[in-house]
Design a protein around this ligand. Structure first.
Ligand code: ATP
Length: 238
């Protein structure tokens, strides 16, 4: 049976030299949530997400995704997460379609299936007419969309996105929102970092608030807000 929690970390800790970036984070995200990870610049959101998705080794603590330990069982975790990192390390000399084919083949998905999934995702992301253009010529919105498509190819159960809406035009942002909503309504989990509180308020049913490397509040959106706007609530928290 699928665990009730999609994500749980215990005492995650990371320092860079003398700078403690993440100072003992216990992050919890219930399965099926549309979860927002919020907090001011430098709060430790990116560092936390990087440790959960296996991109960065913690100094201490543990992380589980879907009940599997990220460092003890990386193969299981990799199979059921999708990641859209902040800096989108894409192969820019490929076309959008080639990028999806390449990522799908890397994942070990059979060629016919990758081709079918790629066309499906290109359509959903409204990228069919740009599919043969090089990713290097894509706008930020198009890059985020092709990045999300690549992250969704293998039908992951938990998606992690670091600032997915940063610098994205409104039409692409709407497409991203629609895709993510459809994805969570089918029972999968989304965790994304953002400092746009209006967006988090509109999309999320679960919020984790970080400040100075720690979780300072976490729970259902309505509880974290406590009758205020999320911005007002954050004034008291960070
Ligand atoms: P932002 O919203 O600006 O992306 P964030 O909440 O994602 O911020 P992090 O990027 O995780 O925060 O950074 C947390 C702290 O760790 C910051 O003080 C940052 O300067 C520091 N830090 C992060 N990565 C490194 C690194 N590779 N080397 C040194 N310090 C780092």
């Amino acid at each position: 049976p699928a665990p009730a929690e999609a994500v749980r970390t215990r005492g995650l800790y990371k320092r860079f030299g003398r700078q403690v970036a993440v100072a003992g984070v216990d992050l919890v995200v219930p399965a099926g949530s549309f979860a927002g990870l919020v907090g001011p610049n430098g709060a430790g959101k990116t560092t936390t997400l990087s440790m959960i998705t296996g991109l960065l080794l913690p100094d201490a603590g543990s992380a589980e995704v879907g009940g599997s330990d990220v460092w003890r069982d990386p193969v299981a975790v990799k199979a059921h997460i999708g990641v859209l990192p902040e800096g989108l390390r894409l192969f820019e000399r490929l076309s959008g379609r080639e990028l999806l084919m390449y990522n799908g083949r890397l994942r070990g998905i059979p060629k016919d299936e990758v081709a079918r999934r790629s066309e499906e995702l290109l359509t959903v992301m409204d990228l069919v007419s740009s599919a043969d253009k090089l990713v290097v010529d894509y706008s930020t919105g198009m890059r985020k969309k092709i990045g999300l498509a690549a992250a969704l190819l293998h039908n992951p159960r938990v998606l992690f996105l670091d600032e997915p809406f940063e610098g994205v035009d409104p039409i692409s942002a709407n497409t991203l929102v629609e895709v993510l909503r459809r994805y969570t309504s089918s029972g999968s989990t989304v965790v994304f970092s953002s400092h746009v509180m209006e967006l988090v308020e509109r999309l999320c049913d679960w919020v984790s608030v970080m400040n100075l490397g720690r979780i300072v509040a976490q729970g259902p959106l309505s509880e974290v807000r406590g009758g205020q706007t999320l911005n007002e609530a954050l004034l008291h928290l960070v």
